[in-house]
Ligand binder design. Structure first.
Ligand code: BGC
Length: 429
């Protein structure tokens, strides 16, 4: 069977990414409960960007930026508000959006799990139980049937390892557990759920390309010559970046986080369930050995390259992108950059950020890495999880009162880069 990705008629993707909860608004789910319980720093999601009613407008805006791909996610809580009861209206709404995207020449890139869950999920079929696998597989089948052959590119899970760390190991996000054992089990079931979803999608949509979106972080020693800081940086890379790569590359993984957390497992069928690997890249952490107490070290972001930090304090470091792409390519799958972007309300750094990160794709290609596209996070300012509406990631600025969108100046850079990357004439704004 020929590899379904990249598609013969669309060898390169250049586009934008959003996720359902962050833009749609009005979607009661586990995150809403988290907000009500006061567990976020930045308040409630509320109306978000109102995209549930404005997806068509968003698609038009993306097309006007010269994009040929649009990554979005399907809300499980909308589609299956009660366990086993599927909302045909919600499925139909996503199906209409997909038709609209394809009519505009935008490749839909569909994510099935981007951090949120239906309210019933954690009590009835939690990720720590194998019942989650059947539940997710069934949800995937319903979505695949509704969206049909027009949806041929799927990043089934967004950042499963981040979900496991945040939701099961340090309890910062739903379901808020803090147990190494629960985390290891949840990771295994998430991978099994990916496999179940991949076979459901392939059955319904022959020729679908199945991927995953992995948050890859760069790590550097805080004191470059200190051997302990260096050891810590390479251990952090192994712990944070490798397990998902190993799981999809070899069907087994093993990672250790001192003092007690071990993730290890085997899923021999997993490699065959993946057609491409998605990389979400944002920043780099600097690690320093010896924090005292039970912690073996501390970490921070710093402006080591002099570009200035983003609004939420992250380092801008395109130099770290290529090594991570090389690491991702080591599992022998085509790559897609499924997220990359920055919080920059004043739009002072976004244009240079885009230039420098897209230049890395060129370098990657020149050295033979199989990178087939770039999706910018985000199309429009959105709800940034624990930080609410503080950080502004959009190429489009959102007026939180009127929900009107307006292109930021850097949109012109995106438009030009898109035309260059896709080898087609530049659009005019
Ligand atoms: C997540 C997005 C988030 C972005 C910026 C990514 O890791 O997938 O949901 O908005 O980071 O914080």
């Amino acid at each position: 069977m020929p590899a379904p990705f990249p598609f013969a008629d669309r060898p390169r993707l250049f586009g934008v990414a959003v996720s359902h909860y962050q833009v749609e608004g009005g979607d009661p789910c586990d995150w809403t409960e988290w907000e009500v319980a006061g567990r976020t720093r930045g308040g409630a999601c509320g109306r978000a960007a109102g995209s549930w009613e404005r997806y068509e407008e968003d698609a038009l805006a993306a097309a006007a930026l010269g994009a040929n791909a649009f990554r979005f996610s399907v809300s499980w809580s909308r589609v299956e508000p009660r366990r086993g009861t599927f909302d045909e209206g919600a499925l139909e709404r996503y199906a209409r959006f997909v038709v609209h995207l394809t009519a505009l020449g935008l490749e839909p890139v569909v994510t099935l799990l981007h951090y949120t869950h239906p309210c019933w999920f954690h009590s009835e079929t939690p990720w720590t139980s194998s019942a989650s696998v059947d539940a997710f597989g069934r949800f995937a089948r319903h979505v695949a049937r509704a969206l049909g052959p027009a949806a041929r590119c799927w990043t089934v899970l967004n950042e499963p390892f981040v979900l496991v760390l945040g939701g099961f190991l340090d309890g910062q996000v739903p379901p808020g557990l803090a147990s190494g054992r629960a985390a290891a089990r949840a990771f295994d079931n998430l991978l099994a759920a990916h496999e179940a979803a991949a076979s459901a999608i392939r059955e319904v949509v022959p020729g679908a390309a199945i991927g995953v979106a992995h948050n890859m972080m760069a790590f550097a020693p805080a004191r470059p010559r200190n051997p302990f800081d260096r050891l810590l940086a390479s251990a952090a890379d192994r712990f944070y970046n490798r397990p998902l790569l190993d799981a999809f590359g070899e069907g087994r993984w093993s990672a250790f986080l001192p003092p007690f957390t071990r993730f290890a497992g085997r899923r021999p069928g997993l490699p065959a369930s993946l057609d491409f690997f998605g990389v979400n890249f944002y920043s780099r952490l600097h690690l320093r050995f010896g924090a005292g107490g039970r912690r073996i070290g501390s970490f921070d972001y710093r402006d080591a390259t002099g570009r200035g930090l983003t609004d939420n304090g992250w380092e801008i470091v395109p130099e770290a992108f290529l090594p991570l792409l090389r690491e991702a390519a080591s599992i022998g799958r085509p790559l897609l950059v499924t997220e990359n972007g920055l919080a920059d309300a004043a739009d002072a750094r976004r244009a240079a950020f885009l230039e420098e990160h897209v230049a890395v794709l060129r370098k990657a290609e020149a050295e033979g890495l199989p990178v087939h596209g770039y999706l910018h996070w985000s199309l429009v300012d959105n709800f940034e999880w624990l930080d609410g509406y503080g950080p502004r990631f959009g190429l489009l600025e959102l007026d939180l009162e009127t929900l009107a969108r307006r292109e930021r100046p850097s949109a012109a850079t995106f438009r030009r880069l898109s035309a260059e990357y896709l080898g087609r004439p530049a659009l005019r704004p």
